[in-house]
Design a protein around this ligand. Structure first.
Ligand SMILES: [Zn+2]
Length: 166
């Protein structure tokens, strides 16, 4: 569903660069694009941010195409949409610590409140894990992992028939 039109993503800079604290981009393959950004390619702003020694984090993703990207860029005020800047949705079930209750809100409520839905969170977490370890998840194009070679070895005959030597 998401891959039909791509994904708009919001990057939050760990420190502001001049007046910029965020970058909004669009990609068909966010994972690949983030790896490019990480290497200093794909966006001039991110290249200079990198040169300034400032790190960034994937803050949020929206399913959508180029039009959605333009709409979000035009709206400006990215901090209002950025969970890392402390977006606090109102009038929804809260946990004791004040955070939005993920278990007591629907995906629609999460989406309207600017909090990632369950599916977005899962994808986001997977991407963050890949970024944190410096190792990207296996690309889909490469297909499933080969079967474990040890699993298909014939069982050891001695172990397979204990007591056969009497
Ligand atoms: Zn932010």
């Amino acid at each position: 569903m998401i891959s039909a039109t791509g994904t708009v993503y919001l990057l939050h800079f760990n420190e502001p660069y001049k007046h910029a604290r965020h970058y909004v981009g669009w990609a068909m393959n966010v994972r690949r694009r983030l790896a490019e950004h990480d290497a200093g390619h794909g966006a001039r702003l991110l290249a200079v941010v990198r040169e300034a020694g400032i790190g960034w984090q994937l803050a949020r993703m929206w399913p959508g195409g180029r039009a959605r990207e333009r709409q979000i860029k035009r709206q400006g005020g990215h901090a209002r949409h950025c969970p890392l800047c402390g977006v606090k949705p109102r009038r929804l079930p809260r946990n004791a610590d004040g955070s939005l209750s993920r278990s007591r809100t629907t995906d629609t409520q999460k989406s309207a409140a600017g909090v990632m839905t369950a599916a977005q969170l899962a994808e986001h977490t997977a991407l963050r894990r890949g970024a944190a370890s410096g190792k990207l998840p296996r690309p889909f194009e490469r297909g499933p992992l080969a079967a474990d070679p040890w699993a298909i070895r014939p069982a050891c005959p001695v172990l397979a028939s204990p007591g056969g030597a009497s």
